[in-house]
Design a binder for this molecule. Structure first.
Ligand code: IMP
Length: 200
């Protein structure tokens, strides 16, 4: 039987790894933008994670026959009024990268006591087929921003995000441990439930 195709509409290798790992047991042929040589960039203009995830999935669906998964995720820090939020990837400006984003965040929170360092990661996921939304979900995970980075796994803000139930930063968790509790992992579980029925 020919497997249905699913495009992960991102170039973020950290996300791609986590999504592929989580969906590997499904009867799907999964690939990302780079593997499909899709180089067009989608400009995120939405004010919410869901708007951006929807926008990405609908945009890339024009160039792909099959299911397209758009994910928009980010970090919301209570003390910063929800920033960096939908601007998480570009927090430190035009040349932002994970290290510069983390530096900026830690500088903004310098001297802020532990109880005021609450934050949450959000993941919005939308699946589109032939230009139509067929699934969407949004999930989050709460924690605290550390005073300095810890751990070498993961990507993005993982080294500065402390997860109290496991007493570790997200970058100290093995990929499968992070997937069990993270915003993306939880949203992927919902997606898996949907796909298991949809692919039958
Ligand atoms: P997006 O490509 O616009 O969704 O950007 C998401 C950004 O949010 C990433 O570049 C990271 O900076 C941050 N982010 C999202 N999810 C995670 C995560 O699981 N760990 C660490 N940082 C994340």
């Amino acid at each position: 039987m020919v497997k249905k195709k699913l495009l992960i509409a991102t170039t973020n290798q950290g996300k791609i790894k986590e999504i592929k790992k989580s969906l590997e047991h499904l009867s799907l042929e999964i690939s990302d933008l780079k593997e499909n040589r899709i180089e067009l960039k989608y400009e995120e203009k939405g004010k919410t994670f869901l708007e951006n995830a929807r926008g990405k999935a609908i945009f890339y669906s024009q160039f792909f026959k099959g299911l397209v998964l758009g994910e928009d995720s980010g970090l919301e820090v209570e003390k910063l009024g929800g920033a960096p939020g939908v601007y998480s990837a570009r927090f430190a400006g035009a040349n932002a990268n994970d290290e510069l984003n983390n530096k900026k965040l830690l500088a903004l929170l310098e001297g802020v006591p532990w109880e005021e360092r609450k934050a949450r990661f959000i993941s919005a996921q939308v699946v589109v087929e032939d230009g139509k939304v067929i699934f969407e979900t949004i999930e989050s995970v709460s924690g605290y921003i550390l005073e300095e980075p810890r751990g070498n796994y993961g990507f993005g803000y993982d080294p500065v995000f402390y997860y109290p139930p496991l007493k570790k930063s997200f970058a100290e968790l093995l990929p499968e441990e992070k997937n069990k509790v993270s915003h993306r992992g939880k949203a992927l579980n919902r997606l898996k439930e949907f796909l298991e029925k949809y692919l039958k």
